[in-house]
Design a protein around this ligand. Sequence first.
Ligand SMILES: Nc1ncnc2c1ncn2[C@@H]1O[C@H](COP(=O)(O)OP(=O)(O)O)[C@@H](O)[C@H]1O
Ligand SMILES: [Mg+2]
Length: 224
Amino acid sequence: MTIHIKNASVMFGGVQPVQALKDVSLQVEPGEWVNILGPSGSGKTTLLNVIAGLEQLHSGTITVDGTDINKKTSTEKQHYKRTVTGYIFQDYRLFDQFTVMENVMLPQWPYEHHKKLEKRAEELLEHLDMSHRKHALPEQLSGGERQRTAIARALLGKPSILLCDEPTGNLDEENRENILHILYDLQKNEGITIILVTHDPEVAKWGDHNMYIRDGSFQGAISV
Ligand SMILES: Nc1ncnc2c1ncn2[C@@H]1O[C@H](COP(=O)(O)OP(=O)(O)O)[C@@H](O)[C@H]1O
Ligand SMILES: [Mg+2]
């Protein structure tokens, strides 16, 4: 699915209003891997949230597959979030009180037949080399295992776009490489579009393009 962001601006109100994105334009073709680089507070997470349909634009448009996602009804938006995008985070965001299997299944639980979900969750965990840990709790896992659980959860709704916010920021080098290989495999073999936020020049060596953002504005493409 083509992502087309045109002159997007996002404002946050309050005592000190912030313009988190200023006139940002970006086009991402289906199956591309784009890295977003930039200092802390530059608007990287806000940009991912815009694509995820979690943040409303103040001005500008974002279309995915030709449809303006900010014009969707709440039901359509919920469907978009659940089936078009998957999201992974630096801090994994797993529920401590649930097992690996339960964490993977939770976001789709109300919407799909339980047996079908269970089968797909098992396949994903097998593919991500996590089957042997499926009954473990998050606190019993290494960082790499937690992120692999989070990836399985993000993939359960068969998204075409995977949004990754500093996905290897808490991992050592070996686990970082492992996660990057998984993302590479998803891009090459499943055709999944990857948009990845990073500070790490080693991570930015992966993927097709690097975009640099500062103070909410794109500074253009950079090579590392
Ligand atoms: N919910 C919010 N309310 C107010 N300001 C916010 C909110 N979210 C982010 N900001 C501000 O918007 C700017 C961009 O934030 P963010 O997108 O999280 O940056 P990054 O991910 O690059 O560190 C920062 O100045 C941040 O403080
Ligand atoms: Mg951020």
